[in-house]
Design a protein around this ligand. Structure first.
Ligand SMILES: [Zn+2]
Ligand SMILES: [Zn+2]
Length: 188
């Protein structure tokens, strides 16, 4: 496991809690989004502000982190490729176990468990998981986005009445022109 950088924006120091179960601290901060905060087609741009409301609470075996994150997403519609900008709010909770009370061999085998390192909490994986889980598998500009015309690529939401006539065999074109007047809808 890499050593945590205490100056990294998403690394929090919990020493203030003094490892006393029941002691807690509320933290509100804005951090720049780390890289890859999201999925390929919809993500918080790297460096964009992420607002965090956190509660750090010491419990017997570690520190319980409960939080809310708010940020702006950018991406594109999976059907029509229109840019998408929307806000996201996610909540998360994770118990970070004191690293020195865990058997290190066990800790290596079980990477499901988050650990504190020198009483530091790394929120980045927690935040990333929460954001990725909250994102749709296929982001859409609107729920019923009709996508693009398969023939010409026009965005169908912009042109709801968009159609293509079936291609006409050139040999019939002359004949069609001759009969056009006769075929006109009488109600027109
Ligand atoms: Zn769309
Ligand atoms: Zn078309």
């Amino acid at each position: 496991m890499n050593d945590l950088d205490p100056r990294a924006p998403l690394v929090l120091d919990t020493r203030e809690l003094g490892r006393r179960p029941g002691s807690q601290r509320e933290v509100t901060l804005t951090v720049p989004a780390p890289a890859d905060l999201g999925i390929e087609v919809l993500a918080v741009p790297e460096g964009a502000p992420v607002d965090l409301d956190l509660r750090l609470e010491a419990v017997m075996e570690g520190v319980l982190v409960t939080g809310t994150a708010r940020a702006g997403l950018e991406g594109e519609c999976a059907r029509c490729l229109e840019p998408i900008r929307e806000d996201i709010e996610v909540t998360f909770q994770e118990l970070f176990v004191y690293d020195d009370i865990r058997d290190s061999a066990e800790a290596e085998e079980d990477d499901e468990v988050s650990t504190l390192q020198d009483d530091l909490v790394d929120l980045e994986p927690l935040l990333r998981d929460a954001v990725v889980l909250a994102l749709p598998f296929q982001p859409l500009c609107e729920d019923d986005c009709p996508g693009l015309c398969v023939e010409c690529g026009v965005r169908l939401a912009d042109e709801p009445d968009h159609t293509h006539e079936a291609p006409i065999d050139p040999r019939w074109k002359a004949l069609t022109a001759l009969t056009e007047d006769a075929e006109q809808d009488p109600q027109d």
